[in-house]
Design a binder for this molecule. Sequence first.
Ligand SMILES: *[C@@H]1O[C@H](CO)[C@@H](O)[C@H](O)[C@H]1NC(C)=O
Ligand SMILES: *[C@@H]1O[C@H](CO)[C@@H](O)[C@H](O)[C@H]1NC(C)=O
Ligand SMILES: *[C@@H]1O[C@H](CO)[C@@H](O)[C@H](O)[C@H]1NC(C)=O
Length: 177
Amino acid sequence: MHAPTALFSLVAVASASKPLRYTVPSSFKAAASNCTLPAEFEVTDFTTLTNKNGTLSTVCFQFSDPDTKIQTTCQRNSTSAASGPSKNIYGCDNANIAFIYQTTGVAGLTLTERACPGGSNPQFEASGLVTPGLDCADTPTGTICHAEQKSLQGDFDSFQPIPSTAPTRGVGRAWRD
Ligand SMILES: *[C@@H]1O[C@H](CO)[C@@H](O)[C@H](O)[C@H]1NC(C)=O
Ligand SMILES: *[C@@H]1O[C@H](CO)[C@@H](O)[C@H](O)[C@H]1NC(C)=O
Ligand SMILES: *[C@@H]1O[C@H](CO)[C@@H](O)[C@H](O)[C@H]1NC(C)=O
């Protein structure tokens, strides 16, 4: 009985499986007309390791976006380089995805996904927050924590221009006319 509605929405909005929780700026609407915008995401197997001295040493999880079909591993460890003005943004294996994990300020796990990657200027990214509840255990070298839930669902609820100065992986691709 929902077939006519479903058919209509497939034709009218091929971009996402659920309504976007942010407003697409009019300057980006043309660029967005041909691509799938990030609407929601799933974080699986979220794990952190903390040293004896309380320093966060590792953050690791799987990211997936059911609409853009991006699936990637996200990991921050002793060899990871942070970027951004606060040096707290870490890249995932897929260069269009990045994350911030912090326990103060905007506490939780913020994911960002580049919208319509490879398009022309301006570049935008969607972002959203999940707050994993942690189940922790002490080990000889520190503390290991797992999210209480194996998978966490998040919504992208912000859509912002990517600062052109941001040193992200994936810059340097040639502009196409
Ligand atoms: C969308 O895709 C079509 C076909 O590939 C192309 O002709 C058109 O220029 C694209 N529009 C934008 C805004 O990129
Ligand atoms: C905390 O301990 C780790 C390893 O045990 C060490 O690499 C790190 O420098 C220490 N950090 C601080 C702030 O003491
Ligand atoms: C550290 O994280 C990077 C990804 O940021 C990964 O390629 C590398 O294998 C990790 N190193 C260790 C020792 O797990």
